[in-house]
Write a protein that binds this ligand. Structure first.
Ligand code: SF4
Length: 308
């Protein structure tokens, strides 16, 4: 079990900041990693926000304190920078539940369909899609596709069901979802609501449809951060890293995690020792195959075109 005392944490943070300055790095961390890792990052946010912030920086190198798919997004949007991972194999389990062959099979079955791919997907899947979406814009992206078009939606069928519910469209999906959010049952969510009757229940659309219907708001992580900045009593239905972050930011507010079991094990593999080691040794560089990067970027550009 990874455990550091306060002196070790302070020593590692000092080492990281010194290496970062010396080697001209921009460090990005996801909302779900441990708060001590978030504290040494130049930017903390969701997958695409992190990649875009790195692109705005003048630093020559980017260190991704997060999982593999987010390193791929960072490289996609920072092709001229060197992008390194803090961990060699930590990745999103949802992102790898569907493989390219399954998607190609669906595309053969529905040759006219548009493929909408959630950004938390392996880059190979994003390259095979027509448009990428995020949890914040999934409804808007689907609504922008003409009614007569069939839509294949991958990989998270919980987000897909939420989009179906919101839009009245029927989507072609595979049965895959995020284990962190999918584990929350309707009964469990109801119990927490009863326990905190005057709190707003926010849930991520990766939760099951019945839990989403019960919630006061269904939001992405960045939308939850915004909501919590304006409200004092909030139940956070997403990975506990976001709860830890907001608790530090707003100690005066009443914040509650929907469940302390909502832990993404791969996100929690990232720690200060690995960040320091990655900056010192630069072992895990992200490189993308040219054609695949081009196709994935086109899918992202289509998303931005739709959003205007
Ligand atoms: S919480 Fe779920 S969707 Fe998010 S990174 Fe972890 S496994 Fe992937």
């Amino acid at each position: 079990m990874y455990h550091l005392d306060q002196t070790e944490i302070a020593g590692l943070k000092e080492k990281i900041l010194s290496l970062k300055r010396k080697k001209n790095y921009f460090i990005i961390a996801h909302n779900y990693v441990d708060t001590e890792v978030q504290e040494i990052a130049d930017y903390v946010g969701d997958s695409l926000q992190m990649a875009l912030k790195a692109a705005e920086s003048a630093a020559e190198k980017v260190l991704v304190a997060s999982i593999k798919i987010m390193g791929e997004s960072a490289k996609l949007l920072n092709p001229d920078k060197k992008v390194f991972m803090a961990h060699p194999y930590a990745d999103c389990r949802l992102a790898n539940l569907n493989n390219v062959e399954e998607l190609k099979e669906l595309k053969r079955k529905y040759p006219q369909a548009e493929v909408v791919c959630y950004v938390n997907s392996a880059i190979e899947l994003r390259a095979e899609s027509t448009v990428t979406c995020t949890s914040a814009n999934c409804v808007k992206i689907v609504q922008a596709i003409p009614e007569e078009k069939q839509i294949i939606f991958i990989p998270d069928s919980n987000i897909g069901k939420w989009v179906e519910y919101q839009t009245g469209r029927k989507l072609v999906m595979l049965n895959s979802n995020c284990y962190v959010h999918h584990q929350i049952s309707l009964d469990e969510a109801k119990q927490v609501k009863v326990q905190y009757p005057d709190f707003s229940l926010l849930v991520h659309p990766e939760c099951g449809l019945e839990v989403c219907k019960l919630a006061d708001e269904v939001l992405s992580t960045s939308q939850m951060i915004d909501y919590a900045s304006k409200h004092d009593r909030v139940i956070l239905g997403t990975e506990t890293g976001l709860y830890d972050q907001l608790l530090k930011r707003y100690p005066q507010k009443s914040l509650v995690p929907l469940s302390s079991r909502m832990i993404c094990e791969d996100m929690k593999l990232i720690n200060l020792k690995l960040v320091a080691q990655a900056l010192a040794e630069e072992q895990y560089e992200v490189n993308l195959e040219g054609k695949m990067a081009e196709k994935s970027l086109n899918s992202l550009k289509r998303m931005w075109e739709i959003l205007g």
